[in-house]
Design a protein around this ligand. Structure first.
Ligand code: HEM
Length: 129
């Protein structure tokens, strides 16, 4: 039986059999939809500018004074960077480029995301209360 043949009924117990491609798929869906969710928050915050610069500034100063917001920003960066790197990887996969190394390119996306996120921590948490 070919490894692509899943039979007539999908066996959901297969999620326990680790495969890099499955986790890349799960993380890509998760990060894609988190980014869509963030878009609404982003527009809500930016929209305060329509009521004047003072409200906009005080909204941003208020948000940035919250430690939880600083941590959420680190999380958002992690989600965005992984989605972009894995997204570029997927585009190569769609083109049939580097198919035999697709596990390695997933691990590389994860590792590079980790490095970029760690490097961002001093900036995001700097000056946090
Ligand atoms: C440079 C930036 C980005 C790249 C390279 C990228 C790449 C991709 C690719 C290639 C897919 C299709 C994956 C597949 O073949 O199934 C995808 C799916 C998706 N992306 Fe992005 N993306 C980027 C930015 C964004 C942003 C900013 C958002 C949200 C505002 C977003 C939300 C999504 C969603 C919701 C999906 C569908 C997830 C699903 O399959 O359910 N992406 N992205």
């Amino acid at each position: 039986m070919s490894t692509l043949d899943r039979g007539t009924v999908e066996n959901f117990g297969r999620w326990r059999e680790f495969s890099a491609g499955m986790w890349a798929w799960v993380f890509h869906k998760f990060t894609g939809w988190v980014l869509v969710g963030y878009l609404f928050t982003h527009i809500a915050v930016l929209s305060t500018a329509t009521s004047g610069a003072e409200l906009y500034n005080s909204t941003l100063v208020g948000l940035e004074s919250l430690l939880v917001v600083r941590f959420l920003e680190v999380g958002l960066l992690a989600v965005a960077v992984f989605h972009i790197l894995n997204g570029v990887r997927l585009l190569f996969v769609d083109l049939g480029v580097g198919l035999t190394a697709q596990d390695k390119s997933f691990y590389a996306s994860l590792a590079l995301t980790g490095v970029i996120v760690i490097a961002s921590i001093p900036t995001f948490l700097g000056g946090a209360v």
